[in-house]
Write a new protein. Structure first.
Length: 407
């Protein structure tokens, strides 16, 4: 299979970039030939992939301008980034089409980003298109408006208006891209349902393939080892992530002071900043550690007993998969995609947005950790390997892509 790849550059920076490294490397190791078209400088890419047989990297650096005035208008940074990425992707499509004419690709596979930044004439010239999005603009916009009353600091009104406009434009572009795609791969059944409902996709056009987790980067850890038990919330401190739910939970669990601690790690997004909510964390049981570098996260996951994932909208939730790989159990809302098929012996689910349901799930989980914590950590690790290991995930992805080019 000959694949033209688009999406985030395969660089070791954590999150979806690391997932891209695993998917790209895994496809090549399974025998595919991949030309990787990425908006990045060549020296940013993973060195192992630069020399990998079967991979050719076609890189186009994202053009940047001076950012002195951007620091005072964060929403402008996001708009500038989107524009720069669009310029780079259009340049990459010129090269992709040239190569496709000389030696046709079997499929154009785009990971993470839903929009195909190309004109209708370019879309018609592409090989069959397989999109593997991680989020959609209609979902982001829906929760942006539902949470507009939550405090977000100075300039929140302007950010809301700017992002609503941008997300509306992106939703239109995403609708066109979905209509042009031969196959749409969702990281969870929940997100597949969202795409079907919001964009009218036919079920036969959808496949579900979860994201991979790097099991070497996130080894099985020891947990907190002693009181207090550590509950870890790692997330953007932004819309739809359930930050206010964690704050409320900390106040409800104050009777467990000394037995349980909640640690919050994360940073705001350029267009959504929920850090003001953290001023109401119960100090006897919870603390905010700030934003950390991605290479610090394995230690935090490995020394935590459970991951909190109270999102209101979460197509996947890579931090839940990384926490499981490290041996941590999880408490997740019933909209978190990564939790769908995980054993109920290591993931406790609750009704999204229901503070009572969240508290009940956490207390039930805490009641089981003391006696069988070690065995549950082993189970969590094995569930991560079963569901999110590179081997099973890449096999599913390869089968999905093969179904496209055999049509």
């Amino acid at each position: 299979m000959r694949i033209a790849w688009g999406g985030p550059p395969p660089i070791e920076s954590g999150g979806l970039h690391t997932a891209a490294v695993q998917l790209l490397g895994g496809l090549v190791r399974q025998g595919a030939s991949v030309d990787c078209y990425v908006a990045a400088a060549p020296d940013q890419l993973v060195p192992e992939l630069r020399g990998e047989t079967g991979v050719e990297l076609i890189a186009c650096p994202i053009p940047t301008a001076g950012d002195r005035w951007y620091r005072y208008a964060p929403a402008s940074v996001l708009v500038a980034q989107q524009a720069a990425r669009a310029i780079a992707q259009r340049r990459l499509f010129v090269e992709l089409l040239r190569r496709h004419r000389e030696r046709p690709y079997d499929v154009y596979y785009q990971f993470s980003q839903l929009e195909v930044i190309a004109s209708r004439s370019v879309l018609r010239q592409l090989p069959p298109v397989a999109l593997h999005p991680q989020v959609h603009a209609l979902g982001e916009r829906r929760w942006l408006w539902r949470e507009r009353a939550l405090p977000q600091g100075r300039g929140a009104g302007l950010r809301l208006a700017a992002m609503s406009t941008l997300l509306t434009a992106r939703a239109r572009q995403q609708g066109r891209s979905l209509a042009a795609a031969t196959l749409v791969i969702a990281p969870s059944r929940r997100f597949a349902h969202d795409l079907e409902r919001d964009h009218g996709l036919a079920p036969e056009k959808l496949r579900v393939v979860p994201n991979p987790v790097d099991l070497e980067r996130f080894p099985l850890g020891p947990g907190s080892r002693s009181a207090p038990l550590r509950l870890l919330f790692v997330s953007y401190l932004a819309v739809r992530k359930g930050v206010e739910m964690v704050v409320e939970l900390s106040r409800r669990l104050r009777d467990l002071s000394g037995k349980v601690e909640i640690v919050v790690i994360g940073a705001p997004r350029l267009w959504s900043d929920y850090r003001p909510l953290l001023a109401n964390l119960e100090p006897a049981i919870a603390r905010y550690e700030g934003a950390l570098e991605s290479d610090e996260l394995p230690r935090w996951f490995g020394t935590s007993d459970a991951i909190l994932q109270p999102s209101h909208y979460e197509p996947f939730g890579l931090t839940l998969a990384e926490g499981l790989a490290s041996g941590a159990c999880a408490v997740a809302s019933d909209v978190v995609g990564a939790a769908e098929d995980v054993s109920s012996d290591c993931v406790w689910r609750f009704r999204a947005g229901d503070a009572d349901s969240l508290e009940t799930a956490v207390r039930r989980m805490l009641g089981t950790l003391g006696d069988v914590g070690a065995s549950r950590r082993t189970l969590a690790r094995s569930e991560a390997a079963r569901l999110f290991g590179e081997g099973p995930v890449v096999t599913q992805l390869g089968e999905a892509l093969a179904s496209v080019y055999r049509l």
